[in-house]
Design a protein around this ligand. Sequence first.
Ligand code: HEC
Length: 183
Amino acid sequence: MRFKVVLSVLVSLALIATAVVIFPACSSGQAMPFGEQEDVDFGTALWTAMADYQGWKMQSDFYPGGTPHGMFVRLYYNMVTVDGTPYHVIAKDNYGGEGVTLETLAADPTTPAMAVTVMVQREAGYDADNNDWFWVKYMGDGMIEKNADGMALAGRVAKGMEMGCIACHAKAKGGDYLFSNDH
Ligand code: HEC
């Protein structure tokens, strides 16, 4: 009898010890705020769903952009359905490079963008600290760009870091993470 009690105490202690050892290991393997498979999957599905974005009714003219996006930019807005859920999507073509001016863009609106940066308002709680925006940067051909560490720029991009989509857009007026409505 006494032996059984001692044994069960030992077993409990062993379980607790195992839990203590396992949990720190779990937290170090925690999902990153961006660049995970689900972020890439959403970004890829989004690109397919917004394939016709340059034909959206709500779009701006070409205008001079700000650092770091491109010398010239063009904005697009629409509701886009991804995996059955409709989302507010703001996309931006970023142009630059040798010889590109507002005049050359007006003359040839099919000039390929260097990069396409997109903000998607995700479901409440997706990123409650940062207005639930999903961020993604595509190259002109729709491939998702990666940072120097090889992480795909899709998801809560650079959340918690001093530089990147979230840190910079947090400075936009009104706390909405949008510069386009700041005057
Ligand atoms: C260093 C600051 C900075 C960083 C980093 C940054 N942006 Fe921006 N972003 C801006 C500014 C300034 C504008 C407005 C001028 C322009 O469009 O170039 C803007 C505009 C935008 C817009 C149009 C909506 C708006 O706010 O006007 C989108 C979409 C966007 N950025 C996406 C992104 C994504 C995605 C990333 C990360 C991959 C990113 N941005 C990183 C500064 C930044």
